[in-house]
Design a protein around this ligand. Structure first.
Ligand code: S3P
Length: 197
């Protein structure tokens, strides 16, 4: 997908004989924006705000999956296992990427399974919210109960698990079209990166 600025030139013949080009702002071009990054990097929070600023629909991959299966993510992991979760996650990703424009908050593992990362790069713009293991551990300390992969871990053990998993996953995350620092990320920064204004 080619990323273009929202300002376009339109040809007009309204009151001159020779065609002229006048600048006009027609809003933001339709596209899919995938937010990727580790658990706790703020993909859903910033995604919701970004979608509101752009007047795009917002999709949270985990929530869509929970609704589809009628189970929480934790239940899917515990009762059906991670392989089933990853298969369903890919199905939901493909389903959402057939919709029109939108901001999509993915799960922390989404880019790292199957050809999900290539699929997202082919069907939209990917933005990696990059965060240090220490910042992630502070955020996950309070929210780890919702994350089956971090269950039962805290303090130094949590930090070590984050470091290890992030090292495995970063090669996928780094294939993103844009990378921004996740701590204090603002929707405006993402808009500037993508649309150039
Ligand atoms: C996962 C991240 C979670 C959720 C699931 C697996 C992962 O999403 O998809 O628990 O593998 O990193 P968040 O990144 O929104 O926590």
């Amino acid at each position: 997908m080619t990323v273009k600025a929202g300002r376009l030139l339109i040809r007009t013949r309204i009151w001159r004989k020779a065609p002229i080009f006048v600048p006009t702002t027609i809003g933001y071009p339709a596209m899919r924006i995938y937010l990727i990054g580790f658990m706790g990097s703020g993909k859903s929070t910033i995604g919701r705000r970004l979608a509101k600023r752009l007047a795009y629909p917002f999709y949270d991959l985990d929530s869509v999956l929970e609704e589809k299966l009628g189970m929480s993510i934790r239940e899917v992991f515990n009762e059906r296992g991670e392989v089933c979760f990853r298969t369903e996650e890919q199905k939901v990703l493909h389903q959402i990427s057939k919709e029109g424009r939108g901001v999509i908050a993915t799960g922390g593992g989404t880019p790292c399974f199957f050809d999900n990362m290539a699929h997202m790069n082919k069907t939209g713009v990917t933005v990696y919210l990059k965060m240090s293991p220490l910042s992630l551990s502070h955020r996950l300390e309070n929210a780890r109960l919702k994350r089956p992969l971090m269950e039962g871990k805290q303090g130094a053990e949590l930090l070590a698990s984050i470091r290890e998993l992030l090292m495995e996953r970063e090669p996928y995350y780094l294939q993103a079209s844009c990378i921004i620092k996740g701590e204090n990320a603002k929707p405006e920064q993402i808009m500037a990166l993508i649309f150039g204004h």
